[in-house]
Design a binder for this molecule. Structure first.
Ligand code: PLP
Length: 280
């Protein structure tokens, strides 16, 4: 089964895909991206991902080169060419190739488009049955974390810090508030109410977050979007993470301290089951 790439209108094997060293994505992290999960050959919530790609690109003034239906067709063809039933589709759009200069060119821009399709390797099943470990880290990112930019150095370092401490995820904390994970959104359960930080400039409006909040409401679980303090993680009945690749992941330990009465708790178990039904 081939890993497929699509680079500026051309499909080719991923191993042969190339972009210029003068690409502004390579030079400055000047670009945006999306990661979409494919289940049984079908992209999951693709319209929401394309909407967020559009919002991220607009926020940076990068013109998206294709209308929505062309993106959908390119992704469908890339998935079909790969032959993978369970896959992850990565979409990246940068401000394009130009002689290195912080100031972007004044004239029209030809963005660089890269789409790749790779087989999906899910997390170890034990993390879903026994819960993941997370650590908290100081949020040293900028103040526009709602834009899904390819500039992910702080997330990379946070993830490395988590791994070095034997954890799977790092949660960003700013001024005492827990915002999100390095590659996930965070939620907690307090007296059977699902609580998560509200959307805003300091966190990514996760597609999975929105799906899970909807599933919770449909299942009769109360949902509250409000700021969460770090110390609430220790007092919570349950803590869980949401994300395109991890889906709904129970958290067993925060900074080495056990969460609630053991993971996964009842609300997380319910949401994991509802998510599995929703994804088909
Ligand atoms: N927050 C950050 C910083 C992320 O990188 C991600 C996913 O990569 C998420 C949250 C979860 O978003 P989604 O559910 O759209 O994958």
């Amino acid at each position: 089964m081939p890993e497929i790439a699509f680079v500026n209108d051309v499909f080719l094997p991923l191993s042969e895909a190339r972009v210029s060293v003068e690409d502004r994505g390579f030079q400055f992290g000047d670009g945006v991206y999306e990661l979409v999960r494919v289940y049984a050959g079908a992209p999951f919530h693709l319209p929401e991902h394309l909407e967020r790609l559009d919002q991220s690109a607009r926020a940076l003034g990068i013109p998206l080169p294709y209308p929505r239906d062309r993106w959908t067709a390119v992704i469908a063809e890339a998935v079909a060419r790969s032959g993978f039933a369970d896959a992850k589709v990565y979409i990246q759009v940068t401000r394009g190739v130009a002689p290195r200069d912080h100031v972007p060119a004044a004239g029209p821009v030809t963005p660089t488009v890269v789409v790749t399709v790779r087989a999906m390797t899910p997390l170890a099943p034990a993390l879903y049955t026994g819960g993941a470990a997370v650590v908290t880290v100081a949020d040293v990112r900028w103040a526009r974390c709602n834009i899904k930019t390819i500039g992910l150095l702080a997330n990379v370092l946070a993830k490395q810090q988590a791994r070095d401490q034997g954890a799977q995820e790092a949660l960003f904390v700013r001024d005492g508030a827990v915002l999100e994970g390095a590659t996930s959104n965070v939620m907690l359960v307090e007296k059977r109410c699902l609580v998560t930080p509200p959307e805003g400039p300091l966190l990514l409006p996760g597609v999975t977050r929105r799906v899970v909040l909807g599933l919770a409401q449909a299942a009769g679980v109360a949902v509250k979007e409000r700021p969460v303090r770090e110390d609430e993680l220790y007092a919570a009945d349950e803590v869980l993470l949401t994300g395109t690749t991890i889906e709904v992941l129970p958290v067993a330990r925060v900074n080495g301290r056990p969460v609630g009465a053991g993971a996964p708790g009842p609300v997380t178990t319910l949401l994991m089951a509802r998510f599995r039904e929703a994804r088909g």
